[in-house]
Design a protein around this ligand. Sequence first.
Ligand code: MG
Ligand code: MG
Length: 260
Amino acid sequence: MAITLRSRREIELMRKAGSVVGNVHRKLKEMAQPGISTGELDRVAARMAKEAGSVALFKGVRSPHASVPFPGAICASVNDEVVHGIPSDKTILEEGDVLSVDYGIELNGYCGDSARTLAIGKVSDGDRHLMDVTEEVLEIAIAECRPGILWSQVAAKMEQRAKEAGLGVVRDFVGHGIGTQLHEDPRVPNYVSRELLNNDIMLAEGLVLAIEPMLNAGTASVKTLSNGWTVVTADKRSSAHFEHTVAMTGSGCEVLTLPD
Ligand code: MG
Ligand code: MG
């Protein structure tokens, strides 16, 4: 495992990349209303990446499980879709849907990656609970992150909050290091496992992580649809996903994927 620590200059560049991601999320949150398609949201995200001089990183990604490269600038995962939902003009958002948008770009050689789940109109109490706790679990991680502690200590608090709220913690997908590449070492799970304890991550100034809890209303089990991309919950209940790119500082951490 090769973990790269980033200099202050590099983190400044990642903050600029992150602000493009934050600005797109702010725009898509405004637009995500009943009647709009996820294809339309995708075109706005693609256009905003270009206008900012950046490259949308998800489009064209290949998977050994899929016959076609990922076609969207965003992943748009609706309701029981966990991650890697394909945006489409045929997917029209309806009142009560929950939409997880994931988006990553590269600007001047550095990457930003962030996700959030949006309520389309008024959502059920259960889905509101799911969304709120998933966002809170990300906030718990951000509050805990500082140099000198182990990632397993952070992951334990994330997992504990999710479990006490009765939610399933997705285990098949995890956060990751990020820098000049979208996905770098280390793997950053949202739960504690023997594998993590045997390869724990000591947080240090300059470490930059994409922290991304994915929680399910029911079972943690997921499966991939026949398109090779879209991951759904095994029990067809809803899923939520919140992610920020976060840099460890001298005394705590800084979220890099905020809007201007
Ligand atoms: Mg992401
Ligand atoms: Mg990510």
